[in-house]
Ligand binder design. Structure first.
Ligand code: DX5
Ligand code: ZN
Length: 214
């Protein structure tokens, strides 16, 4: 998207968790704008990752905004804990909430000055989030089926981004399988926030990898 600042959000799912603080410093030094944190509950997605306690320690290890991607059932139950842990942005999946629940989440996060995003799975049509758009600060378009890092980018996401950009002027993030090649396609389609895990943390030169996504 022209005239919109591109923000790179390394997904720590692909980081070395035995030295997370060093990994966070590495991507911050390399110019990342956000830290993307993938929270999975083993219900909404077939994998389990981290909870608020880890977010609390991540908060102490970086000054970058924390972009917390909740891939969990019943997100409203846990959002308070993630806010208290120091989240700056929280994304919930449209598949996990009613519009009414999302509106309540939006009101709560506004008070806490935490930004709200809504995400949709590759199989979920854009129509499903249309009524949610006035409630959110950004949209996170999934370009893989959530659950694991290192999967291949699903090109149908590009069409969704393009259609969304025509009706949504705020930040559009894309998440899953992002590399230097499809990053360009996603940017051209209208995405301005790129979440990338394995491409960034798997790179020999972190700064070069991040720069190549812009
Ligand atoms: C997928 C996660 C993504 C993922 C990105 O469930 O939401 O954030 O970790 O990792 P890569 O870039 O390796 O697909
Ligand atoms: Zn994610």
């Amino acid at each position: 998207m022209k005239n919109m600042k591109i923000k790179i959000a390394p997904s720590i799912l692909s980081a070395d968790f035995s030295c997370l603080a060093a990994e966070l410093k590495k991507v911050q030094r390399a110019g990342a704008e956000l830290i993307h944190i993938d929270v999975m509950d083993g219900h909404f997605v077939p994998n389990i990752t981290i909870g608020p306690v880890v977010v609390k320690y991540i908060r102490r290890s970086t000054s970058l905004p924390l972009d917390v991607h909740l891939m969990i059932e019943n997100p409203a139950k846990y959002i308070g804990a993630f806010v208290n842990a120091g989240s700056d942005m929280i994304t919930v999946h449209i598949e996990t909430v009613t519009l009414k629940e999302l509106a309540a989440i939006a009101r709560g996060l506004k008070k806490s000055r935490v930004k709200l995003g809504v995400s949709l799975n590759p199989a979920t049509p854009l129509n499903r989030i249309k009524k949610a758009l006035p409630l959110v600060d950004f949209v996170l378009v999934m370009s893989v089926n959530p659950g694991f890092g290192g999967q291949a980018f699903i090109p149908q996401a590009l069409k969704k981004i393009k259609q969304l950009r025509a009706i949504f002027k705020k930040d559009i993030a894309v998440d899953g399988g992002i590399n230097n090649i499809n990053a360009k396609l996603a940017r051209n389609a209208g995405a301005n926030v790129l979440a990338a895990g394995s491409y960034i943390f798997g790179a020999k030169n972190t700064k070069q990898a991040i720069d190549s996504l812009r």
